[in-house]
Design a protein around this ligand. Sequence first.
Ligand code: C2G
Length: 155
Amino acid sequence: MKKYKKLITYGTFDLFHIGHLNLLKRLKAMTEELIVAVSTDEFNSLKKKKSLIPFEHRAKIVESIKYVDQVIPEKDWEQKILDIKSYGIDAFAIGDDWKGEFDYLKEFCDVIYLERTKNVSSTQLKKSLKNFLSVSPEDLNIAFSILSQLKQDLE
Ligand code: C2G
């Protein structure tokens, strides 16, 4: 028997990765129904967070995850209490990077902070991608010498 009937969580879920999947899997193990509020691009700018993947795609990816029953947009900081009431939520959960931030919701439902998955984040993935795509000075020298050789051959 699962502990909760309806549990909600909120997040950007940019560059969907194993940390997001671990969280949603653990949440689904606690509840009959898992609702995920995905941050819109406009709300992300309020959060000072620029996501690479647009909201429509992030929402579609999250709602395709087998642990997720419903996706709604997260448009502002204030909607959580209204969501809890209108969706009949009995638990709110989020990663422990937010520990304490949402204790005010305890008046309306259980509040759970789950340990984040270590060593993975969308920010880190963006940095690794940037390094992966960047050209090293050695590669540039090799390319330059090939091009100058080609130029000589053509003269
Ligand atoms: N997460 C995790 N482990 C990671 C990375 C993220 O458990 N390595 C969790 C976060 O703690 C969060 C969820 O995955 O519960 C989504 O993470 P983000 O997309 O970074 O969400 P965030 O931008 O923190 O938005 O109103 C709440 C905010 O919208 C939360």
